[in-house]
Design a binder for this molecule. Structure first.
Ligand code: HEC
Length: 118
């Protein structure tokens, strides 16, 4: 009985320690939905390609930030980018958005697109 209790306790601790790490991993599908819903796409483009339609917004493909850095940036951005409070975009949402950004392929060589090579 004591062994089982200790094993359960250890498993619980392990899960407790893993949970925040898993949460930080982020979900690219949810992140894509957030990226659209809160309007990141309006300036940075649906594929994170960047744009100059509204403001000169940089491309996000290959962004060298982790979730903490991205959260810090969106809460207190530079230049013309509007700030996003945690009530609008939680830290978990930021992790999802980052997972989406990291999933973006970026520019593709036209030679690799069959339709363009017929
Ligand atoms: C109204 C337009 C606008 C919206 C909406 C917007 N951004 Fe930006 N973003 C900018 C501009 C402009 C910059 C460049 C800021 C500067 O350095 O002057 C920027 C910069 C950034 C950077 C820094 C990129 C780098 O290479 O340093 C990140 C990351 C970023 N935005 C992410 C986001 C995310 C995520 C969202 C949605 C939650 C978002 N932005 C919404 C305009 C926007």
């Amino acid at each position: 009985m004591k062994f089982i209790r200790h094993t359960l306790l250890a498993a619980g601790c392990l899960l407790g320690a893993l949970a925040p790490a898993l949460a930080q991993q982020g979900d690219a599908t949810k992140g894509r939905a957030k990226f659209i819903a809160v309007g990141c796409f309006e300036c940075h483009g649906r594929s994170g390609q960047g744009g100059a339609l509204n403001y000169n917004a940089p491309a996000l493909v290959g962004l060298p930030m982790n979730a903490e850095a991205l959260a810090a940036f969106v809460r207190n951005p530079a230049g013309d980018m509007p700030p996003y409070a945690a009530a609008v975009l939680s830290d978990a949402d930021v992790a999802d958005v980052l997972a989406f950004i990291k999933s973006l392929p970026g520019r593709v060589d036209p030679k690799t697109i069959p339709l363009l090579n017929q």
